[in-house]
Design a protein around this ligand. Sequence first.
Ligand code: FAD
Length: 471
Amino acid sequence: MSTQTHLLLPRTLLIKSPKKIPPSKQRFTITSNQLIHGRKLRAAVIGGGPAGSCAADALACGGIETFLIERSPAGAKPCGGAIPLCMLNEFSIPLDLIDRKVTQMKIISPSNLTVDFGKTLKSHEYIAMLRREVLDSYLRSRAQSNGANLVTALFTHLEVPGSIYDPYIVHYNVNGSKHSIEADVVIGADGANSRVAISIDAGDYKCAIAFQERIKLPEEKMDYYRNLAEMYVGNDISPDFYGWVFPKCDHVAVGTGTVSSKQDIKLYQRGIRDRVRKKIDGGKVIKVEAHPIPEHPRPMRVRGRVALVGDSAGYVTKCSGEGIYFAAKSGRMCGEAIVNASMNGKRMINEEDLKREYLKKWDEKYITTFRFLDLLQKVFYGSNAGREALVELCGDEYVQKMTFDSYLYKKIAAGDRWEDVKMVFSTFGSLIRANIIGQETAVFIALWGAVFIALWGLDILGRGEVGLVGR
Ligand SMILES: Cc1cc2nc3c(=O)[nH]c(=O)nc-3n(C[C@H](O)[C@H](O)[C@H](O)COP(=O)(O)OP(=O)(O)OC[C@H]3O[C@@H](n4cnc5c(N)ncnc54)[C@H](O)[C@@H]3O)c2cc1C
C-alpha cells in the first residue's frame, strides 16, 4: 500500500513507521512528560462538526499545531438544530446565524391532549433554531481563522504507536489518494459511526435511529410555526422517543426516532406526519435524512493519547436527544485539557493527563444529568400511559420553569424547596392516574423524594446539575 504525505503539511508531520500494537494491549504509564524541542505538540482532530471544530479552536488558540480533518465541509448533518440560549454566549455564536427564535413549545400526548410548554419563558428567552450547515461551517471557519489547518479528507484509520514517545499515524484519503500525518495526540470527533473509536477499540454503544423530513410549507402554514416547536409522543410515533416539528428559515423539520424498533422507523415517520397532517398539508418535501444517535457514553473514551468527544464519545441526553451543546462543550473541554497539560504545546501529554483534565472534569459536571434523563425516559416514554402522565405533568408551570431553566442555561435553577416537594408529589400523582405505579409505591417513593429534596435544600447532599430536559 503506497502512502503519500499531504503536500501542504510541514516537515514535522512526515512519517516514520512505528511498530504496530493492538490498541487493547497498549499500556501508557509515563509519569513525567518530556519537553518537546524545536516544535509544538501536534494534534489531529477527526471530524469537523461542533465537537471537532470547538476542540480544534481551543487547541489552536492554545498554541498547539492543529489539523482538523473533515470529509465534507459543505455537507449538512441531519439534525433538528435546536440549541440552548446559553450556547450563544458561551460559544460567541452570532445572532444572525439563527433561523428562528422559538418562544412557544407544545407537547402533545397520545390522546392529543396539548400542553403549552413555554408559558414561563421570559421575554428575552428562546430556543435557537439553526441549520447545521450554517452553524458547522461558522464554527469550522472560526477554528481555521484561529490557526487550525482544515484538511478536507476522509479519515480511514489510525496507526497506534508502540511506545509513549512515538507519534500516532493518521491515515486519510483525498479524492481517492492516500495520505497520512503524524500526531502526538488525536481527538475523535467523527460522530456516531466513529472510526477513531474503532481504531482504539473503544467499545460499542446502543444507538437510536432518527429520521427527519424537511418540508417547505405554504406561507400561511409556515406562519403557524413562526416561533413554535411541537413535540408529539405516542406508540404511533415512537415506542421510546418523541416526534418533532421544528421551524427552520423557510421550512419545518418533521421527524422521529427510536432505539428499540429501528426497522419500523418509516412507519413512525408516517405516524408523525399523520398527526400533523392538517398543519403541513400542501407542503413539499425538500430533503429526507436519517442518522444514528448514541444512547450512552462509550465504555472507553480515552485510550493512550486519543480522546473521544461529542457523539463519538456518546454525549447525547436521553429524553431530549440533545447533543449539539454537549458536543461543542466536550470538544472545547478536551482541547483546553490538552493545552493545559502540555503547557501550551511545550510538553508531551499522556493518558493520565487526558483522564484527569478532560474525562474526570466532564463526568463531574454532566454524568448525573445523563443518568437522570435516562431514568426519566424509562419512566415516561415506555408506554402511552406514561406519556399521558408526562404531558399532564408538563402542564405544571413550576415543572416548566425548572425544565426550561435547566435546558436553556445548563445549570441548576435556584428552585423553591416547597415547590420541589410539591413537584415530586404531583409527578407521582400523574404516574398513579396513568396506572404506571401503584398508590402505595408512589406514596413511599414520594415521601423519600421529599426528604431527599429537604436535605438537598439544607446542602446536606450538595447540589447536582439536573433538569427535566437536557443540559
Ligand atoms: C435527526 C436528528 C435530529 C437531532 N436534533 C438535535 C437537536 O435539535 N438539538 C441537539 O442538540 N441535538 C440534536 N441531534 C443530535 C446532534 O445532531 C448531535 O449530537 C451532534 O451533531 C453531535 O456533534 P458531533 O460534532 O459530535 O458529531 P457530528 O455532528 O456527527 O459531526 C461529525 C463530523 O465528522 C465528520 N466525519 C465523520 N466521519 C469522518 C471521517 N471518517 N473522516 C472525516 N470526517 C468525518 C462528519 O462529516 C461530521 O462533520 C439530532 C440528531 C439527529 C440524528
